[in-house]
Structure formats: structure tokens, C-alpha cells
Design a protein around this ligand. Structure first.
Ligand code: ADP
Ligand code: ZN
Ligand code: ZN
Length: 760
């Protein structure tokens, strides 16, 4: 369908991205105008000819018709990297529901042109043979500083300006004077800021196994035959996936292509980076949240200029503007950090597939516990599946036992450790081996309640309970509110106000009580406020400075401690109690990852999973480390409930200052969805599935108050819409956007979330 108007931005790399200008699309160009296209337009009072990019299309005029100018022509030669990124932004806006500006900000993360970093150097302008004589002449005139410079230049024809200033103690005035005399030239060259401060080292090359080689060959064959594909490598940790990635990248570079490697920020360890640097040298760079604006900007420039082959980073590295992208690799593809939690709420996997499609690249996904999405698509043939089943070297899978904590309580054990775990910890301490205790406290708050009246201490701004901290404060983890912990219940005055004791601090205390001689380290959000403290704890533990590491999920990601032979998983089921359709998947992933931490070295490992729900399938299959069995049960549940990946789900979240305003609006929006589908037979209410057919109407769940109905004094209402066909949900979103456009919303924001990772 041809649109009548186009929004054009004149200078993409400027803050003015915020201000597009609307132009009329002449009929003869109707077929050639789409987001990303470069056009000539008359601009400003004098209608000077300017080039700009089309970023959006519409059928409604934003101002009176006679004030809208007309696009002059399409500039087909300007097929730039920017054009590609604008197309992606437009796709994200359509696919995930956001404003075009928010989408552009996501794909063009550094928007202002930053000043280029410059380096000055001093170049000798006279024949080397004359230098000595000149230096002597200077010395005779007591111009010793000048003499020092001339003698240094006799050794090296060019020297860095800073070096001369600092090491030879020469003032800028002296250098100016030498330049005036015609002896030297001070030159300025622009350099890139490089966040990689490593010297290229030795590459530890392995002889690939037949299986690894087969995967590399398979991916490259698909690529060469012009069938850029998505493939999923399902391989346990340590099975050699990273070597496969390195092999694919090597071949891509050989063909003049570039690679983007996505790694969750928390797993982006020094060791991982080293492996890439050692293989590919200085043409590798990194992108992450610790980089300065200038460093980020320069990595983008280096990439666009063809001076990089590989970029490694979390989600945002996806938008690196490579001229000839060959492959996008997503390691640990099941990680929830690949889904953006701010608008546009895009998923890096889907977006990578779209980017790859546009640039003729392929996508390689890797995980030990693939997301249900990816495995489902691999099983239905949409992705190509490769399985890697054995660990490299002599690492073996650990022995896992489940400890039923209900049984422990019946036996009179009130400690946080089961009898079995206590025994094994004692053994490890005697043997000088290390233990990791993982407290699964996802979605759990260490709440304080009154044992007499049941009153729970809650945040006055959010509908969540406060968590007790050691310093005597009660803290809200959503908004940061703090109050002093009082001894008496504010409701009934009793003295029995107690914390539910199961935080990492309590675990550390319990370890000290049981094993006073043990050296313990703790790692959680409180002890790792800064990046350095995080690395410090990890390296102290790796260096054997502690026997036991106690921590939350951050200790289970991607770190290799060969001396850890025991992993204890405490409260394995806490993450199951969230009323969230992904709870089982998340629990399985966490437990499998935590178990995988044991026995990475020569000695075999043991794992104890402590739980109150030992019969739950995600715990049973995690203990058996059987992904396939878990998948079969989980997908049956998703099929029955028509949850993703079997069907799709659109979450609509309304955030309002006034509770009634929000409630009214979400109800009206639900009505609008039902009305829009009236000719399709109406939308049935209720949570059960309407069936699988793409011809069926969408199913509405809600509207309702969100699970956390108030956060930061803002009210939250939510509506879910389910359908087998994603595009039907995009159509629902379009209906809602049109509905909202017709009204002035004050103090209300609306957010869309497709296939949400966290339900509200
Ligand atoms: P993953 O990425 O699946 O966790 P890695 O690629 O990191 O696995 O491999 C795990 C370990 O096994 C690494 O130390 C790696 O160097 C080693 N390794 C991988 N492939 C081979 C191989 N073909 N021969 C010998 N060692 C290998
Ligand atoms: Zn009370
Ligand atoms: Zn709060």
C-alpha cells in the first residue's frame, strides 16, 4: 500500500533525529519510498536542496496541506549503513510497538558526533646527517632543550609529542621555536579510542573434533549456498561451542566478512575476551556498558570504516554498523538479558535474524539449555539443529542428588542445610576442595512479618514487601525506599516481628555456625555494587583464598573454578512460585547451570539440590540434566495453555498516576480490541485457549491490576492478548495505537511487550 506522506530526517548523526520533517510523496515515487531510503528534499526558508532519510510513512498530514513540501527525488546511490539501521528501527517500531524516535535511539546508540581523539607527533624535517651539528650549535648557545630534541630525532625520525614533552622535559614553546626554524614539523593525526588494552598473545589452537568441524562446515555450506540460515547449537557447557564460533568467524574473515558475537554482559569474562583477541588480534573489539561514550563512538566508526572484523558485546552490540556482515553469533541464547525491558522491548534473537536477513548474514545460536522458543523452532525445522553431547577433555557431568527439605524438617533438622549437604561440605573442607552454595532467590524478597498478627512490612510506594538488611534497615528493591527496622509490629504492637531468614547473609552465618574454621566469601547484588568488587571476589575464590562461595544467580554464570567439586543449591523451588508461565523454564536453566559448576576440573563433582517440591518436573529433569525430557513436558504445558512459543502473547501495560484512570483506560482498550474483531465472531474472554488456528480471533486475558499493582506511586494495569499468529497481534497493537492517538492521554503511559519474558 502506498502512503501519502513521509517523515524525513536531515542529519542522521545529529540530535536533530528528534525532529523529522514531513514531506509529500509524489505519485511517481510512491513505489520507491520506504524507511531508510535517502531522498533529496527542499529544506528551510530558501528551500535549499538537502539530502535526508525517510524514517516513517503515514497517511495523515501533521500540518495544513499547503505547508507540506514535496520530495524532489530518490538518491539510489546512497545505500549506506545508516539506511540499513533505519530500516531496522522501522521494523522494531512495527514489530514491538514503540515510537520511531525510541527505535532510532536504540539502533544509533551514540547520536551526537563526538570530538575525535587526536595525537600529536614531532617529525624531523632536515637530513639526519645535519642533526648532530645543529645539536652542537644549540648546546653552544645553551639551548640544551633544543639539543635534546635534535639528538632524540637522530635516533627516530618521528616521535610522539607527549613523549618529548614528558620524557625529555621540553616545553611547547621550545617545540614551537624549533618548528619556526624549520627543523621539525608538529603533526596531528586522529586516532581511535581503543577499549582493548591487551597485547595480542599466543593463540591456543586445538585440533577440532569431527563433530565441531561438521558444524562449522554445515554453517558455512548453508552460507555459501545463499541459504543464510539460523542454526542452534545445543551443547552442554564445556562441549566446545566457543571453538566452533571461532572456527566460523575465521572462515568468515577469510571471505572478507565481519562477525558480531553477543554474550550476556555478566558472562563477558576476561578469559572469553582473551580467546577472541588471541585468535584474531587487534581487529577484535568489545562493546559494553563500561565503555565511555567516546570509546563506543570510535568502535562504531572503526566498524563502519572496515577496520574491525569482530565485535563482542551484550545486546546493544547487535547494532554495530559492519559493511559486510557475515554472521551473528548469540551465545547463551536463552538468557533473559537478550530481551530489552525498555521501549522498544525487542528481543536480540528476533532482531538479529531480521538484521542478518537484510545483510545476507547467518545467525548461530548456542546454549546448554536453549530457550523453549529456539528449541521449538529447531524441532519444527525452522532452525537447523546441531547437538554437542560430550564435554571436551576429561571433565564429566556431576552426580546430582535431591534433598527433600520437608523430610528434613520431619526428622527435626531445622538448619538451612540438609544432612547430606552438611556431610559433603565437611568432606570438602577436609580435602581442601571448594564448595559453591547457590541461593536461588529470584523473585523472592526477604520479607519481615509479624508472627502474632501476620502483618507484612511493605513499601509505602510499591505493592511489594520490604527486605531486611543487616544494617538494621528495611529496603524496597524496586524503588530504593528505606526505613529503620522497628522492634514492634506497627499493627498490633507485638514484639514478634521476624524476618524470613534465607538471604545470603544468613547462609554465611549458618556456615560459620556449622564450620567455624571455613573461609567464606559472599557474592550478591549488595557485595558487588562496583565492577571491581565483582571481579575481586571471583579472583579471590579462584586463587583459593576461600573454601566456600555463597551467592545468588550471579555466581552460576560462565565462571570456571576447577577446584569446585561440590555445589549446593538452596531453595531450588523459590523461583517456581512466581505465577509466571516461564517459571519452570527459568528454574530448569538456573539449576542446570548451577549444577554445571561442579567438576569442571580433573575431579568429579557432586551437586545437592535442596527443595520443598522434589517432584516438580523442572527439578527432576535438572537433577538428571536431561534437557530433552524437560522440553517435552514444558512444551506440552505451553501447547495446552497456548503460551509462547506455541502461540504468541502481547502484554499491554498501563502506568498511571491515578488508579481509576488506569483501570478505565485498560477496560476501554480491551473493548477496542474486541470491537475490532467483531466481524471475526468476537473475542472470547477468559484465560483458556481458543485453539491453534490462525483464523481464530485473538484471546484476551484480563484486563487486571498487575501483580505489582503499584510501583513508585504509579498504578499498573495489564492486559494480555494471545494468538497463534504474531502478525495478528501486531494488528491488535496497531488498533490500540490508533485508539490512543484519538485521545489526549495525561499522566498515563502505555507499553507493549511481545512474548514477554517477565509477566507483570
Ligand atoms: P563451551 O563454549 O561449549 O563452553 P569451549 O569451546 O569453551 O566450550 O570448550 C571447553 C574447553 O575445551 C576449553 O578449554 C577449550 O579450549 C577445550 N576444547 C574445545 N574444543 C576442543 C578440542 N577439539 N580439543 C581439545 N580441547 C578443546
Ligand atoms: Zn502484629
Ligand atoms: Zn518501593
Amino acid at each position: 500500500m502506498a502512503y501519502r506522506y513521509a517523515d524525513v530526517i536531515i542529519d542522521i548523526s545529529h540530535e536533530k533525529v528528534d525532529r523529522p520533517f514531513q514531506y509529500r510523496i509524489p505519485e511517481e515515487l510512491a513505489q520507491d519510498i520506504y524507511p531508510g531510503v535517502c531522498v533529496h528534499v527542499p529544506f528551510g526558508a530558501g528551500s535549499r536542496d538537502k539530502t535526508g532519510y525517510v524514517i516513517d510513512l503515514s497517511d495523515t498530514a501533521a500540518c495544513p496541506e499547503d505547508r507540506i513540501k514535496t520530495i524532489t527525488s530518490v538518491d539510489n546511490k546512497a545505500v549506506t549503513v545508516e539506511a540499513g539501521r533505519i530500516r531496522i528501527a522501522y521494523w522494531m517500531k512495527r514489530q514491538y510497538g514503540s515510537t520511531m524516535i525510541a527505535a532510532l535511539r536504540t539502533v544509533l546508540p551514540v547520536r551526537q558526533k563526538l570530538k575525535q581523539l587526536e595525537k600529536k607527533k614531532v617529525v624531523c624535517c632536515i637530513p639526519a646527517g645535519d642533526l648532530d651539528g645543529l645539536a652542537q650549535a644549540c648546546e653552544a648557545k645553551r639551548q640544551t632543550a633544543k639539543a635534546r630534541v635534535l639528538r632524540a630525532l637522530a635516533e627516530d625520525e618521528e616521535l610522539p609529542y607527549e613523549l618529548i614533552r614528558e620524557k625529555l622535559h621540553v616545553t611547547p614553546a621550545t617545540l614551537q621555536s624549533l618548528q619556526k626554524q624549520g627543523y621539525i614539523r608538529i603533526e596531528t593525526e586522529s586516532v581511535y579510542r581503543n577499549p582493548v588494552k591487551l597485547a595480542p598473545g599466543r593463540d591456543r589452537r586445538v585440533v577440532l573434533t569431527a563433530q565441531q568441524q561438521q558444524i562449522i562446515d554445515g554453517v558455512m555450506r548453508d552460507y555459501r549456498e545463499g541459504r543464510p540460515d539460523v542454526c542452534l547449537i545445543h551443547g552442554i557447557t564445556g562441549s566446545g561451542k566457543t571453538e566452533v564460533y571461532l572456527g566460523i568467524i575465521e572462515q568468515m574473515i577469510g571471505m572478507g566478512r565481519q562477525a558480531i558475537v553477543l554474550i550476556p554482559e555478566i558472562a563477558l569474562t576476561y578469559q572469553t575476551l582473551l580467546r577472541f583477541y588471541h585468535r584474531f588480534g587487534s581487529r577484535v573489539s568489545v562493546m559494553n556498558s563500561t565503555l565511555s561514550m567516546g570509546e563506543k563512538y570510535d568502535q562504531m566508526r572503526r566498524a563502519a570504516a572496515g577496520e574491525l572484523d569482530v565485535i563482542i558485546g551484550p545486546r546493544s552490540a547487535l547494532f554495530t554498523p559492519f559493511p559486510h556482515l557475515g554472521v551473528i553469533i548469540i551465545d547463551e541464547e536463552h538468557e533473559s538479558s537478550y530481551k530489552s525491558e525498555t521501549m522498544p522491548k525487542y528481543h536480540a534473537r528476533e532482531t538479529a535474524i531480521e538484521i542478518a536477513g537484510m545483510s545476507g548474514a547467518c545467525v548461530v545460536l548456542g546454549s546448554a539449555t536453549p530457550s523453549l522458543e529456539s528449541y521449538y523452532r529447531a524441532r519444527t525445522g525452522e532452525y537447523r539443529l546441531y547437538e554437542m553431547t560430550a564435554r571436551q577433555g576429561n571433565g564429566t557431568l556431576p552426580d546430582v542428588v535431591i534433598a527433600d527439605m520437608r523430610e528434613e524438617l520431619r526428622k527435626g533438622n531445622r538448619s538451612v542445610f540438609s544432612g547430606r549437604l552438611k556431610e559433603l561440605m565437611a568432606e570438602r573442607l577436609r580435602a581442601g576442595e571448594q564448595t559453591m552454595l547457590f541461593l536461588n532467590r529470584r523473585g523472592y524478597a526477604g520479607f519481615v512479618s509479624c508472627r502474632a498478627c501476620g502483618h507484612v512490612m511493605k513499601c509505602p510506594h510499591c505493592d511489594v514487601s520490604l527486605s531486611e538488611h543487616r544494617n538494621g534497615m528495611l529496603v524496597c528493591h524496586y524503588c530504593g525506599y528505606e526505613e529503620v527496622r522497628r522492634p514492634n509490629c506497627p499493627s498490633c504492637g507485638s514484639r514478634y516481628l521476624m524476618g524470613f531468614k534465607a538471604g545470603t547473609e544468613q547462609i554465611v552465618e549458618a556456615v560459620h555456625r556449622e564450620f567455624p574454621q571455613a573461609r567464606v566469601l559472599r557474592m550478591d547484588a549488595d557485595t558487588t555494587r562496583t565492577k571491581e568488587s565483582y571481579a575481586k571476589i571471583l579472583s579471590a575464590f579462584a586463587d583459593g583464598k576461600a573454601d566456600i562461595l555463597v551467592g545468588t544467580q550471579m555466581i552460576v554464570k560462565g565462571h570456571d573454578f576447577p577446584n569446585v567439586t561440590l555445589v549446593g543449591i538452596l531453595a531450588a523451588d523459590l523461583s517456581l512460585n512466581r505465577g509466571d508461565y516461564r517459571a519452570g523454564e527459568r528454574t530448569f536453566q538456573l539449576l542446570t547451570q548451577a549444577a554445571g559448576r561442579a567438576g569442571r576440573g580433573e575431579r568429579p563433582g557432586e551437586v545437592v539440590i535442596q527443595t520443598y517440591q522434589p517432584e516438580h518436573y523442572s527439578i527432576v529433569h535438572a537433577a538428571a540434566q536431561d534437557y530433552r525430557a524437560f522440553y517435552e513436558e514444558e512444551i506440552t504445558y505451553r501447547e495446552f495453555m497456548q503460551y509462547p512459543p506455541v502461540a504468541h502473547m502481547l502484554g499491554v501495560l498501563i502506568i498511571s498516576h491515578d488508579r481509576e484512570d488506569g483501570k478505565r483506560l485498560i477496560q476501554e482498550m480491551a473493548d477496542a480490541v474486541r470491537r475490532s474483531d467483531a466481524d471475526g465472531g468476537g473475542v472470547p474472554a477468559g484465560g483458556r485457549a481458543a485453539g491453534e488456528g490462525a483464523d481464530k480471533p485473538p484471546v484476551l486475558v484480563g484486563p487486571a491490576e498487575a501483580a505489582i499493582g503499584r510501583m513508585n506511586d504509579l498504578y499498573r494495569h495489564v492486559l494480555y492478548v494471545k494468538h497463534a499468529d504474531y502478525q495478528r497481534l501486531v494488528a491488535v497493537k496497531d488498533v490500540l495505537e490508533a485508539f490512543l492517538q484519538a485521545r489526549e492521554l495525561k499522566n498515563i503511559t502505555v507499553q507493549y511487550d511481545f512474548d514477554p519474558i517477565n509477566t507483570y
